[in-house]
Write a protein that binds this ligand. Structure first.
Ligand code: HEM
Length: 550
Protein backbone atom coordinates (compact mmCIF):
# COMPACT_ATOMS: atom_id res chain seq x y z
CA UNK A 1 0.00 0.00 0.00
CA UNK A 2 1.38 3.45 -0.97
CA UNK A 3 2.24 5.83 1.85
CA UNK A 4 -0.82 8.07 2.39
CA UNK A 5 -0.89 11.72 1.28
CA UNK A 6 -0.62 14.00 4.31
CA UNK A 7 -3.49 16.26 5.45
CA UNK A 8 -3.19 19.79 6.89
CA UNK A 9 -2.36 19.21 10.61
CA UNK A 10 -5.32 18.80 12.98
CA UNK A 11 -5.64 20.68 16.27
CA UNK A 12 -4.14 17.81 18.29
CA UNK A 13 -1.20 17.61 15.91
CA UNK A 14 -0.62 21.36 16.12
CA UNK A 15 -0.51 20.96 19.91
CA UNK A 16 2.08 18.17 19.64
CA UNK A 17 4.19 20.20 17.19
CA UNK A 18 4.02 23.15 19.59
CA UNK A 19 5.24 21.04 22.49
CA UNK A 20 8.10 19.56 20.47
CA UNK A 21 9.01 23.01 19.11
CA UNK A 22 8.99 24.52 22.63
CA UNK A 23 11.20 21.71 23.94
CA UNK A 24 13.74 22.24 21.16
CA UNK A 25 13.66 26.01 21.64
CA UNK A 26 14.20 25.69 25.44
CA UNK A 27 17.05 23.26 24.85
CA UNK A 28 18.92 25.20 22.15
CA UNK A 29 17.95 28.88 22.27
CA UNK A 30 18.36 31.58 24.93
CA UNK A 31 15.32 32.00 27.23
CA UNK A 32 14.04 35.36 25.87
CA UNK A 33 14.10 34.03 22.29
CA UNK A 34 12.37 30.82 23.42
CA UNK A 35 9.61 32.81 25.12
CA UNK A 36 9.20 34.95 22.01
CA UNK A 37 8.95 31.83 19.77
CA UNK A 38 6.41 30.15 22.06
CA UNK A 39 4.27 33.29 22.31
CA UNK A 40 4.40 33.70 18.53
CA UNK A 41 3.40 30.06 17.93
CA UNK A 42 0.60 30.17 20.51
CA UNK A 43 -0.76 33.43 19.11
CA UNK A 44 -0.76 32.04 15.55
CA UNK A 45 -2.52 28.89 16.71
CA UNK A 46 -5.06 30.90 18.65
CA UNK A 47 -5.87 33.06 15.64
CA UNK A 48 -6.09 30.02 13.36
CA UNK A 49 -8.60 28.38 15.73
CA UNK A 50 -10.46 31.63 16.22
CA UNK A 51 -10.75 32.11 12.45
CA UNK A 52 -12.27 28.65 12.24
CA UNK A 53 -14.84 29.12 15.01
CA UNK A 54 -15.68 32.68 13.87
CA UNK A 55 -15.81 31.71 10.20
CA UNK A 56 -19.43 32.65 9.66
CA UNK A 57 -19.50 35.55 12.13
CA UNK A 58 -16.63 37.15 10.24
CA UNK A 59 -18.85 36.91 7.14
CA UNK A 60 -21.86 38.49 8.84
CA UNK A 61 -23.80 35.32 9.69
CA UNK A 62 -24.56 34.95 13.36
CA UNK A 63 -24.40 31.71 15.29
CA UNK A 64 -22.87 29.93 18.28
CA UNK A 65 -19.09 30.02 18.64
CA UNK A 66 -18.79 26.78 20.58
CA UNK A 67 -15.41 25.92 22.01
CA UNK A 68 -12.20 26.96 20.37
CA UNK A 69 -11.15 23.46 19.41
CA UNK A 70 -14.31 21.68 18.27
CA UNK A 71 -16.82 24.45 17.60
CA UNK A 72 -20.29 23.12 18.40
CA UNK A 73 -19.60 19.44 17.64
CA UNK A 74 -20.29 18.23 21.21
CA UNK A 75 -23.55 20.19 21.60
CA UNK A 76 -24.74 18.88 18.23
CA UNK A 77 -23.91 15.28 19.14
CA UNK A 78 -25.72 15.59 22.49
CA UNK A 79 -29.08 16.80 21.12
CA UNK A 80 -29.16 18.06 17.55
CA UNK A 81 -32.79 19.25 17.48
CA UNK A 82 -32.43 21.20 20.72
CA UNK A 83 -29.16 22.73 19.54
CA UNK A 84 -30.70 23.84 16.24
CA UNK A 85 -33.98 25.01 17.84
CA UNK A 86 -32.15 27.12 20.44
CA UNK A 87 -29.97 28.69 17.77
CA UNK A 88 -32.81 29.48 15.36
CA UNK A 89 -34.49 31.23 18.32
CA UNK A 90 -31.34 33.13 19.29
CA UNK A 91 -29.69 33.95 15.94
CA UNK A 92 -32.42 33.51 13.35
CA UNK A 93 -32.48 31.42 10.20
CA UNK A 94 -29.94 30.57 8.82
CA UNK A 95 -27.26 30.45 11.50
CA UNK A 96 -23.61 29.47 11.18
CA UNK A 97 -21.69 27.00 13.34
CA UNK A 98 -18.69 24.68 13.22
CA UNK A 99 -19.22 20.95 12.87
CA UNK A 100 -16.25 18.59 13.09
CA UNK A 101 -13.96 21.44 12.14
CA UNK A 102 -15.99 22.58 9.08
CA UNK A 103 -18.00 25.80 8.78
CA UNK A 104 -21.65 24.77 8.60
CA UNK A 105 -24.73 26.80 7.62
CA UNK A 106 -27.95 25.46 9.16
CA UNK A 107 -31.41 26.35 7.85
CA UNK A 108 -35.07 25.38 7.94
CA UNK A 109 -35.93 27.76 5.10
CA UNK A 110 -37.66 25.59 2.48
CA UNK A 111 -36.64 27.77 -0.48
CA UNK A 112 -33.01 27.87 0.60
CA UNK A 113 -33.02 24.06 0.96
CA UNK A 114 -34.60 23.58 -2.47
CA UNK A 115 -32.03 25.89 -4.05
CA UNK A 116 -29.05 23.99 -2.61
CA UNK A 117 -30.52 20.49 -3.05
CA UNK A 118 -31.81 21.03 -6.59
CA UNK A 119 -30.87 24.19 -8.52
CA UNK A 120 -27.27 24.31 -7.23
CA UNK A 121 -26.82 20.57 -6.86
CA UNK A 122 -23.72 20.61 -9.05
CA UNK A 123 -21.89 22.69 -6.42
CA UNK A 124 -23.33 20.62 -3.53
CA UNK A 125 -23.11 17.03 -4.79
CA UNK A 126 -21.36 15.44 -1.81
CA UNK A 127 -22.82 14.73 1.58
CA UNK A 128 -19.88 14.40 4.00
CA UNK A 129 -17.15 17.05 3.93
CA UNK A 130 -14.12 14.86 4.41
CA UNK A 131 -12.84 11.54 3.16
CA UNK A 132 -15.26 9.43 5.17
CA UNK A 133 -14.40 8.03 8.55
CA UNK A 134 -14.20 4.49 7.24
CA UNK A 135 -10.72 3.71 5.86
CA UNK A 136 -10.48 3.01 2.14
CA UNK A 137 -10.01 -0.73 2.55
CA UNK A 138 -13.20 -0.93 4.64
CA UNK A 139 -16.21 -2.13 2.67
CA UNK A 140 -18.42 0.63 4.09
CA UNK A 141 -16.24 3.34 2.50
CA UNK A 142 -17.88 2.37 -0.84
CA UNK A 143 -21.45 2.96 0.37
CA UNK A 144 -23.28 5.22 -2.05
CA UNK A 145 -24.32 7.39 0.93
CA UNK A 146 -20.64 8.32 1.42
CA UNK A 147 -19.33 8.35 -2.15
CA UNK A 148 -18.39 11.65 -3.73
CA UNK A 149 -18.53 13.38 -7.11
CA UNK A 150 -18.31 11.14 -10.16
CA UNK A 151 -18.06 7.94 -8.08
CA UNK A 152 -21.39 8.77 -6.48
CA UNK A 153 -22.99 9.51 -9.86
CA UNK A 154 -21.69 6.30 -11.40
CA UNK A 155 -22.93 4.04 -8.58
CA UNK A 156 -26.22 5.89 -8.12
CA UNK A 157 -26.93 5.53 -11.85
CA UNK A 158 -26.49 1.79 -11.51
CA UNK A 159 -28.75 1.53 -8.46
CA UNK A 160 -31.54 3.74 -9.76
CA UNK A 161 -33.26 1.18 -12.03
CA UNK A 162 -33.79 -1.11 -9.04
CA UNK A 163 -36.21 1.39 -7.50
CA UNK A 164 -38.51 2.43 -10.35
CA UNK A 165 -42.29 1.99 -10.17
CA UNK A 166 -42.05 -0.96 -12.58
CA UNK A 167 -39.65 -2.74 -10.19
CA UNK A 168 -41.87 -2.00 -7.20
CA UNK A 169 -44.74 -3.80 -8.94
CA UNK A 170 -42.58 -6.89 -9.15
CA UNK A 171 -41.67 -6.72 -5.48
CA UNK A 172 -45.31 -6.99 -4.49
CA UNK A 173 -45.16 -10.75 -3.99
CA UNK A 174 -42.08 -10.92 -1.69
CA UNK A 175 -43.32 -7.93 0.33
CA UNK A 176 -46.75 -9.46 0.83
CA UNK A 177 -45.19 -12.78 1.78
CA UNK A 178 -43.23 -11.07 4.58
CA UNK A 179 -46.31 -9.12 5.76
CA UNK A 180 -48.20 -12.41 6.08
CA UNK A 181 -45.32 -13.95 8.06
CA UNK A 182 -45.64 -11.02 10.45
CA UNK A 183 -49.38 -11.68 10.82
CA UNK A 184 -48.61 -15.30 11.78
CA UNK A 185 -46.05 -14.09 14.32
CA UNK A 186 -48.64 -11.70 15.81
CA UNK A 187 -51.23 -14.47 16.02
CA UNK A 188 -48.90 -16.21 18.46
CA UNK A 189 -48.59 -13.07 20.59
CA UNK A 190 -52.37 -12.74 20.71
CA UNK A 191 -52.71 -16.33 21.86
CA UNK A 192 -50.17 -15.74 24.64
CA UNK A 193 -51.94 -12.47 25.57
CA UNK A 194 -48.63 -10.59 25.85
CA UNK A 195 -48.00 -6.96 24.88
CA UNK A 196 -45.77 -6.44 21.87
CA UNK A 197 -42.44 -4.63 21.55
CA UNK A 198 -43.35 -2.94 18.27
CA UNK A 199 -39.84 -2.05 17.15
CA UNK A 200 -38.50 -5.54 17.67
CA UNK A 201 -41.25 -7.01 15.53
CA UNK A 202 -40.90 -4.49 12.72
CA UNK A 203 -37.10 -4.83 12.75
CA UNK A 204 -37.49 -8.51 11.90
CA UNK A 205 -40.00 -7.68 9.18
CA UNK A 206 -37.94 -4.99 7.43
CA UNK A 207 -34.80 -7.15 7.44
CA UNK A 208 -36.80 -9.99 5.91
CA UNK A 209 -38.26 -7.74 3.21
CA UNK A 210 -34.95 -6.22 2.22
CA UNK A 211 -33.35 -9.69 2.08
CA UNK A 212 -36.01 -10.90 -0.31
CA UNK A 213 -36.14 -7.73 -2.40
CA UNK A 214 -32.42 -7.13 -2.62
CA UNK A 215 -31.10 -10.70 -2.83
CA UNK A 216 -34.21 -12.86 -3.38
CA UNK A 217 -32.91 -14.49 -0.19
CA UNK A 218 -34.95 -15.75 2.78
CA UNK A 219 -33.28 -14.40 5.91
CA UNK A 220 -35.86 -16.15 8.06
CA UNK A 221 -35.70 -13.43 10.71
CA UNK A 222 -38.78 -14.73 12.53
CA UNK A 223 -36.74 -17.71 13.65
CA UNK A 224 -37.83 -18.01 17.30
CA UNK A 225 -34.74 -19.39 19.04
CA UNK A 226 -32.35 -16.53 18.60
CA UNK A 227 -32.05 -13.12 16.98
CA UNK A 228 -30.91 -13.39 13.35
CA UNK A 229 -27.22 -12.40 12.88
CA UNK A 230 -28.22 -9.84 10.21
CA UNK A 231 -30.38 -8.08 12.80
CA UNK A 232 -27.72 -8.39 15.52
CA UNK A 233 -24.96 -6.89 13.37
CA UNK A 234 -27.17 -4.19 11.84
CA UNK A 235 -28.10 -3.07 15.35
CA UNK A 236 -24.42 -3.03 16.28
CA UNK A 237 -23.67 -0.86 13.27
CA UNK A 238 -26.45 1.58 14.06
CA UNK A 239 -25.26 1.94 17.59
CA UNK A 240 -21.59 2.30 16.69
CA UNK A 241 -21.48 3.23 12.99
CA UNK A 242 -19.01 6.04 13.51
CA UNK A 243 -18.15 6.18 17.21
CA UNK A 244 -17.80 9.73 18.53
CA UNK A 245 -14.34 8.91 19.89
CA UNK A 246 -13.22 7.90 16.37
CA UNK A 247 -14.64 11.09 14.84
CA UNK A 248 -12.85 13.22 17.41
CA UNK A 249 -9.61 11.34 16.94
CA UNK A 250 -9.70 11.79 13.15
CA UNK A 251 -10.50 15.50 13.47
CA UNK A 252 -7.77 16.14 16.07
CA UNK A 253 -5.12 13.86 14.57
CA UNK A 254 -5.79 13.30 10.84
CA UNK A 255 -2.17 12.43 10.00
CA UNK A 256 -1.58 10.22 13.06
CA UNK A 257 -4.77 8.43 12.07
CA UNK A 258 -3.48 7.87 8.52
CA UNK A 259 -0.14 6.65 9.83
CA UNK A 260 -1.78 4.20 12.26
CA UNK A 261 -3.97 2.80 9.51
CA UNK A 262 -0.95 2.50 7.22
CA UNK A 263 0.91 0.50 9.86
CA UNK A 264 -1.93 -1.45 11.51
CA UNK A 265 -4.54 -1.71 8.79
CA UNK A 266 -7.71 -0.90 10.67
CA UNK A 267 -7.65 -3.75 13.15
CA UNK A 268 -8.32 -1.28 15.94
CA UNK A 269 -11.74 -0.18 14.71
CA UNK A 270 -14.62 -1.38 16.90
CA UNK A 271 -17.05 -1.98 14.05
CA UNK A 272 -14.73 -4.72 12.82
CA UNK A 273 -17.11 -7.55 13.82
CA UNK A 274 -20.05 -6.28 11.80
CA UNK A 275 -17.74 -5.40 8.92
CA UNK A 276 -16.27 -8.90 8.73
CA UNK A 277 -19.67 -10.55 9.12
CA UNK A 278 -21.28 -8.53 6.32
CA UNK A 279 -18.27 -8.75 4.02
CA UNK A 280 -18.07 -12.53 4.27
CA UNK A 281 -21.80 -13.27 4.17
CA UNK A 282 -22.78 -10.83 1.45
CA UNK A 283 -19.73 -11.66 -0.71
CA UNK A 284 -20.67 -15.32 -0.61
CA UNK A 285 -24.28 -14.50 -1.60
CA UNK A 286 -22.97 -12.35 -4.48
CA UNK A 287 -20.53 -15.08 -5.58
CA UNK A 288 -23.26 -17.71 -5.54
CA UNK A 289 -25.41 -15.55 -7.76
CA UNK A 290 -22.61 -14.73 -10.19
CA UNK A 291 -21.76 -18.40 -10.56
CA UNK A 292 -25.22 -19.88 -10.51
CA UNK A 293 -27.65 -20.63 -13.28
CA UNK A 294 -29.97 -18.11 -11.61
CA UNK A 295 -27.78 -15.40 -13.05
CA UNK A 296 -30.43 -14.48 -15.57
CA UNK A 297 -30.21 -10.96 -16.96
CA UNK A 298 -33.91 -10.36 -16.40
CA UNK A 299 -33.83 -11.20 -12.68
CA UNK A 300 -35.61 -8.37 -10.83
CA UNK A 301 -33.78 -7.90 -7.56
CA UNK A 302 -31.27 -5.17 -6.84
CA UNK A 303 -28.39 -7.63 -6.70
CA UNK A 304 -29.00 -8.86 -10.23
CA UNK A 305 -29.23 -5.30 -11.54
CA UNK A 306 -25.83 -4.55 -10.08
CA UNK A 307 -24.30 -7.77 -11.38
CA UNK A 308 -25.65 -6.98 -14.85
CA UNK A 309 -24.17 -3.49 -14.51
CA UNK A 310 -20.71 -4.97 -13.83
CA UNK A 311 -20.59 -6.07 -17.45
CA UNK A 312 -22.85 -3.48 -19.01
CA UNK A 313 -21.99 -0.31 -20.87
CA UNK A 314 -25.50 1.08 -20.48
CA UNK A 315 -26.09 4.35 -18.59
CA UNK A 316 -28.98 5.70 -16.57
CA UNK A 317 -30.08 9.15 -15.53
CA UNK A 318 -29.75 9.54 -11.77
CA UNK A 319 -32.89 11.62 -11.73
CA UNK A 320 -35.07 8.77 -12.97
CA UNK A 321 -35.92 7.75 -9.44
CA UNK A 322 -37.84 10.97 -8.92
CA UNK A 323 -40.11 10.72 -11.93
CA UNK A 324 -43.33 10.60 -9.91
CA UNK A 325 -42.27 12.06 -6.60
CA UNK A 326 -44.37 14.98 -5.52
CA UNK A 327 -41.71 16.28 -3.18
CA UNK A 328 -38.84 16.90 -5.52
CA UNK A 329 -38.41 20.28 -7.11
CA UNK A 330 -38.77 20.80 -10.80
CA UNK A 331 -35.14 21.91 -11.07
CA UNK A 332 -33.54 18.51 -10.74
CA UNK A 333 -30.00 18.79 -11.95
CA UNK A 334 -29.15 16.80 -15.02
CA UNK A 335 -26.32 14.60 -13.83
CA UNK A 336 -23.40 13.75 -16.09
CA UNK A 337 -23.62 10.37 -17.77
CA UNK A 338 -20.55 8.29 -17.14
CA UNK A 339 -19.90 5.09 -19.01
CA UNK A 340 -18.34 2.99 -16.32
CA UNK A 341 -19.36 -0.12 -14.47
CA UNK A 342 -19.33 -1.02 -10.80
CA UNK A 343 -16.81 -3.34 -9.13
CA UNK A 344 -17.67 -6.45 -7.13
CA UNK A 345 -16.55 -4.73 -3.93
CA UNK A 346 -18.94 -1.86 -4.69
CA UNK A 347 -21.77 -4.32 -5.27
CA UNK A 348 -21.17 -6.03 -1.94
CA UNK A 349 -21.00 -2.61 -0.25
CA UNK A 350 -24.36 -1.44 -1.70
CA UNK A 351 -26.09 -4.71 -0.83
CA UNK A 352 -24.89 -4.35 2.75
CA UNK A 353 -25.99 -0.73 2.82
CA UNK A 354 -29.50 -1.67 1.65
CA UNK A 355 -29.80 -4.15 4.49
CA UNK A 356 -28.82 -1.53 7.00
CA UNK A 357 -30.54 1.55 5.48
CA UNK A 358 -33.75 -0.34 4.80
CA UNK A 359 -33.84 -1.95 8.23
CA UNK A 360 -33.69 0.83 10.80
CA UNK A 361 -35.49 3.74 9.10
CA UNK A 362 -38.50 1.75 7.93
CA UNK A 363 -38.85 -0.25 11.16
CA UNK A 364 -38.70 3.00 13.12
CA UNK A 365 -41.43 4.65 11.00
CA UNK A 366 -43.68 1.58 11.23
CA UNK A 367 -43.16 1.59 14.98
CA UNK A 368 -44.20 5.22 15.41
CA UNK A 369 -47.15 4.82 13.00
CA UNK A 370 -48.56 1.88 14.92
CA UNK A 371 -47.97 3.64 18.24
CA UNK A 372 -49.86 6.72 17.01
CA UNK A 373 -52.73 4.59 15.73
CA UNK A 374 -52.90 2.70 19.04
CA UNK A 375 -53.24 5.99 20.89
CA UNK A 376 -55.55 7.67 18.36
CA UNK A 377 -58.26 5.00 17.95
CA UNK A 378 -60.40 7.15 15.63
CA UNK A 379 -57.47 7.36 13.18
CA UNK A 380 -56.96 3.60 13.42
CA UNK A 381 -60.64 2.89 12.76
CA UNK A 382 -60.72 5.19 9.74
CA UNK A 383 -57.60 3.56 8.29
CA UNK A 384 -59.05 0.08 8.97
CA UNK A 385 -62.32 0.95 7.22
CA UNK A 386 -60.35 1.95 4.13
CA UNK A 387 -58.22 -1.21 4.28
CA UNK A 388 -61.25 -3.51 4.65
CA UNK A 389 -62.94 -1.86 1.71
CA UNK A 390 -59.87 -2.35 -0.48
CA UNK A 391 -59.40 -5.98 0.63
CA UNK A 392 -63.11 -6.76 0.19
CA UNK A 393 -63.09 -10.56 0.45
CA UNK A 394 -59.62 -11.05 -1.08
CA UNK A 395 -56.57 -12.38 0.78
CA UNK A 396 -53.95 -10.50 -1.22
CA UNK A 397 -53.46 -6.98 -2.54
CA UNK A 398 -52.53 -5.82 -6.04
CA UNK A 399 -50.36 -2.83 -6.86
CA UNK A 400 -53.47 -0.83 -7.73
CA UNK A 401 -55.07 -1.78 -4.38
CA UNK A 402 -52.07 -0.33 -2.56
CA UNK A 403 -52.49 2.90 -4.55
CA UNK A 404 -56.04 3.18 -3.19
CA UNK A 405 -54.90 3.29 0.46
CA UNK A 406 -54.80 7.08 0.47
CA UNK A 407 -55.84 7.65 4.10
CA UNK A 408 -53.33 5.10 5.38
CA UNK A 409 -50.68 6.93 3.36
CA UNK A 410 -51.73 10.19 5.04
CA UNK A 411 -51.26 8.50 8.45
CA UNK A 412 -47.76 7.35 7.48
CA UNK A 413 -46.84 10.82 6.15
CA UNK A 414 -48.06 12.53 9.31
CA UNK A 415 -45.96 10.07 11.33
CA UNK A 416 -42.94 10.83 9.13
CA UNK A 417 -43.55 14.53 9.66
CA UNK A 418 -43.62 14.18 13.43
CA UNK A 419 -40.87 11.56 13.69
CA UNK A 420 -38.57 11.90 10.68
CA UNK A 421 -36.00 9.11 11.23
CA UNK A 422 -33.20 11.37 9.92
CA UNK A 423 -33.59 14.78 11.64
CA UNK A 424 -30.98 16.66 9.61
CA UNK A 425 -29.09 16.04 6.38
CA UNK A 426 -26.14 17.84 4.84
CA UNK A 427 -24.32 18.73 1.63
CA UNK A 428 -20.74 19.88 1.16
CA UNK A 429 -19.79 22.68 -1.17
CA UNK A 430 -17.24 21.73 -3.87
CA UNK A 431 -16.62 25.12 -5.54
CA UNK A 432 -16.97 28.78 -4.58
CA UNK A 433 -20.60 29.82 -5.00
CA UNK A 434 -22.95 32.51 -3.72
CA UNK A 435 -26.36 31.21 -2.64
CA UNK A 436 -28.95 33.25 -0.76
CA UNK A 437 -26.38 36.03 -0.30
CA UNK A 438 -23.99 33.65 1.43
CA UNK A 439 -20.55 32.98 -0.03
CA UNK A 440 -19.77 29.28 0.30
CA UNK A 441 -16.19 28.12 -0.17
CA UNK A 442 -15.21 24.54 -0.98
CA UNK A 443 -15.40 22.46 2.22
CA UNK A 444 -18.18 24.55 3.80
CA UNK A 445 -21.22 22.45 4.66
CA UNK A 446 -24.94 23.14 4.39
CA UNK A 447 -27.37 21.44 6.79
CA UNK A 448 -31.09 21.14 6.12
CA UNK A 449 -32.89 20.92 9.47
CA UNK A 450 -35.63 18.46 8.54
CA UNK A 451 -37.10 18.21 12.04
CA UNK A 452 -37.56 21.99 12.38
CA UNK A 453 -39.01 22.30 8.84
CA UNK A 454 -41.62 19.78 10.00
CA UNK A 455 -42.29 21.62 13.28
CA UNK A 456 -42.39 25.13 11.79
CA UNK A 457 -45.80 26.75 12.52
CA UNK A 458 -45.68 28.40 9.08
CA UNK A 459 -45.62 24.99 7.40
CA UNK A 460 -47.77 23.04 9.86
CA UNK A 461 -50.01 24.99 12.30
CA UNK A 462 -50.14 23.38 15.78
CA UNK A 463 -47.18 21.16 14.88
CA UNK A 464 -47.41 19.04 18.07
CA UNK A 465 -50.85 17.79 17.02
CA UNK A 466 -51.01 14.41 15.26
CA UNK A 467 -53.34 15.11 12.36
CA UNK A 468 -53.25 12.98 9.17
CA UNK A 469 -55.64 15.46 7.50
CA UNK A 470 -52.63 17.71 6.86
CA UNK A 471 -51.82 15.35 3.99
CA UNK A 472 -55.29 15.18 2.46
CA UNK A 473 -55.54 16.92 -0.97
CA UNK A 474 -57.11 19.98 0.75
CA UNK A 475 -54.67 19.86 3.68
CA UNK A 476 -51.64 20.12 1.46
CA UNK A 477 -53.10 22.43 -1.19
CA UNK A 478 -51.57 25.62 0.25
CA UNK A 479 -48.32 24.14 1.45
CA UNK A 480 -45.01 24.04 -0.41
CA UNK A 481 -44.27 20.34 -1.11
CA UNK A 482 -40.67 21.11 -0.18
CA UNK A 483 -41.81 21.45 3.47
CA UNK A 484 -41.98 17.65 3.73
CA UNK A 485 -38.48 16.23 3.82
CA UNK A 486 -38.36 12.84 5.57
CA UNK A 487 -36.51 11.42 2.57
CA UNK A 488 -34.32 14.48 1.97
CA UNK A 489 -34.48 16.18 -1.41
CA UNK A 490 -33.00 16.58 -4.89
CA UNK A 491 -30.95 14.04 -6.84
CA UNK A 492 -29.26 12.85 -3.65
CA UNK A 493 -32.51 12.14 -1.80
CA UNK A 494 -33.34 8.68 -0.44
CA UNK A 495 -33.17 6.10 -3.20
CA UNK A 496 -35.40 3.72 -1.21
CA UNK A 497 -38.31 6.16 -0.73
CA UNK A 498 -40.85 4.37 -2.87
CA UNK A 499 -39.66 0.98 -1.68
CA UNK A 500 -40.19 2.05 1.95
CA UNK A 501 -43.61 3.60 1.29
CA UNK A 502 -44.79 0.53 -0.53
CA UNK A 503 -43.51 -1.81 2.19
CA UNK A 504 -45.14 0.22 4.97
CA UNK A 505 -48.52 0.38 3.23
CA UNK A 506 -48.51 -3.35 2.49
CA UNK A 507 -47.53 -4.28 6.05
CA UNK A 508 -49.94 -1.95 7.84
CA UNK A 509 -52.82 -2.98 5.56
CA UNK A 510 -52.36 -6.65 6.51
CA UNK A 511 -52.04 -5.80 10.21
CA UNK A 512 -55.09 -3.51 10.36
CA UNK A 513 -57.19 -6.10 8.60
CA UNK A 514 -56.49 -8.75 11.23
CA UNK A 515 -55.75 -6.92 14.51
CA UNK A 516 -56.77 -4.00 16.70
CA UNK A 517 -53.97 -2.18 18.52
CA UNK A 518 -54.48 -0.29 21.77
CA UNK A 519 -52.31 1.53 24.33
CA UNK A 520 -50.13 -0.55 26.62
CA UNK A 521 -51.71 -1.40 29.98
CA UNK A 522 -48.37 -1.09 31.76
CA UNK A 523 -46.58 1.78 30.02
CA UNK A 524 -47.88 5.33 30.50
CA UNK A 525 -48.94 7.08 27.28
CA UNK A 526 -46.89 10.25 26.86
CA UNK A 527 -47.38 12.85 24.15
CA UNK A 528 -45.17 14.08 22.60
CA UNK A 529 -43.34 10.76 22.79
CA UNK A 530 -40.10 11.28 24.76
CA UNK A 531 -37.21 10.75 22.35
CA UNK A 532 -33.61 9.69 22.65
CA UNK A 533 -31.78 12.94 21.83
CA UNK A 534 -28.77 11.23 20.22
CA UNK A 535 -28.55 10.16 16.58
CA UNK A 536 -31.52 8.97 14.52
CA UNK A 537 -35.04 9.72 15.81
CA UNK A 538 -35.83 6.96 18.31
CA UNK A 539 -38.12 6.75 21.33
CA UNK A 540 -36.38 7.13 24.69
CA UNK A 541 -37.83 3.81 25.85
CA UNK A 542 -39.32 0.72 24.23
CA UNK A 543 -42.81 1.38 22.84
CA UNK A 544 -45.26 -1.36 23.77
CA UNK A 545 -48.85 -1.90 22.73
CA UNK A 546 -51.67 -4.38 23.17
CA UNK A 547 -53.02 -6.37 20.31
CA UNK A 548 -56.28 -8.27 19.85
CA UNK A 549 -57.55 -10.36 16.96
CA UNK A 550 -60.53 -9.03 15.03
C1 HEM B 1 -38.97 5.29 6.07
C2 HEM B 1 -37.89 4.87 5.48
C3 HEM B 1 -36.71 5.73 5.08
C4 HEM B 1 -36.42 7.03 5.40
C5 HEM B 1 -37.23 7.99 6.26
C6 HEM B 1 -35.17 7.36 4.74
C7 HEM B 1 -34.55 8.61 4.81
C8 HEM B 1 -33.40 8.95 4.12
C9 HEM B 1 -32.80 10.26 4.13
C10 HEM B 1 -33.31 11.48 4.90
C11 HEM B 1 -31.71 10.22 3.34
C12 HEM B 1 -30.75 11.38 3.05
C13 HEM B 1 -31.30 12.13 1.86
C14 HEM B 1 -30.64 13.45 1.61
O1 HEM B 1 -29.51 13.68 2.05
O2 HEM B 1 -31.28 14.31 0.94
C15 HEM B 1 -31.61 8.87 2.81
C16 HEM B 1 -30.61 8.44 1.93
C17 HEM B 1 -30.54 7.15 1.47
N1 HEM B 1 -31.42 6.10 1.71
FE1 HEM B 1 -33.11 6.18 2.79
N2 HEM B 1 -34.73 6.27 4.05
C18 HEM B 1 -35.65 5.25 4.21
C19 HEM B 1 -35.60 3.98 3.65
C20 HEM B 1 -34.62 3.52 2.82
C21 HEM B 1 -34.59 2.20 2.20
C22 HEM B 1 -35.66 1.14 2.34
C23 HEM B 1 -33.43 2.14 1.46
C24 HEM B 1 -32.87 1.02 0.61
C25 HEM B 1 -33.48 -0.03 0.26
C26 HEM B 1 -32.75 3.41 1.61
C27 HEM B 1 -31.55 3.72 1.01
C28 HEM B 1 -30.96 4.98 1.06
C29 HEM B 1 -29.73 5.31 0.35
C30 HEM B 1 -28.89 4.34 -0.49
C31 HEM B 1 -29.46 6.66 0.59
C32 HEM B 1 -28.29 7.48 0.08
C33 HEM B 1 -28.62 8.10 -1.26
C34 HEM B 1 -27.43 8.81 -1.90
O3 HEM B 1 -26.53 9.29 -1.19
O4 HEM B 1 -27.43 8.90 -3.13
N3 HEM B 1 -33.50 4.21 2.43
N4 HEM B 1 -32.65 8.11 3.29
Amino acid sequence: MAFPKLEPPGIGEIGILLLIGSYIAIKFFPLPLTIAIVIFALTRTYFKLRRQTHYWRDRGIQGPIGNLFMGSTFAIAADINKFDGDNFAKYGDPFGSVLNGYPDVVTKDVNFIKTVFNAEFDAFTDREPKGNFFPEECLFASWVTLLKGDDWKRVRQRLTPAFTTAKMRKLLVPMEYCAKELVTELDEHVEKKVEIDIKDLFGKLTMNVIGRAAFAFDLNTFNKDQEHPFVVYSKELFQNAVPTALVLFVVFFPNVDKLLRYILGWKITIIRNSHDFFTETVTSIVDQRINSAENAKENIDALQLLINAMESDEVFDVTETHEDSEFVSEHVQNAKMIRKTVSKKEIVAQMTLFLIAGYETTASTLQFTLYCMANYPEVQEKARAEVLEVFDDKETLTFDDIAKLSYLKQVIYETLRMFPPVPRTMRTCNRPIRVYDIDFEPGCTFSAQIWHVHYDENNYPEPQKFDPERFSPEGKADRDPGAFLPFGGGPRSCIGMRFAEFEMLMTLAHLLRRFRFSPSAVEKFEWPVPLNPVGLTRPAKTLMCRVESL
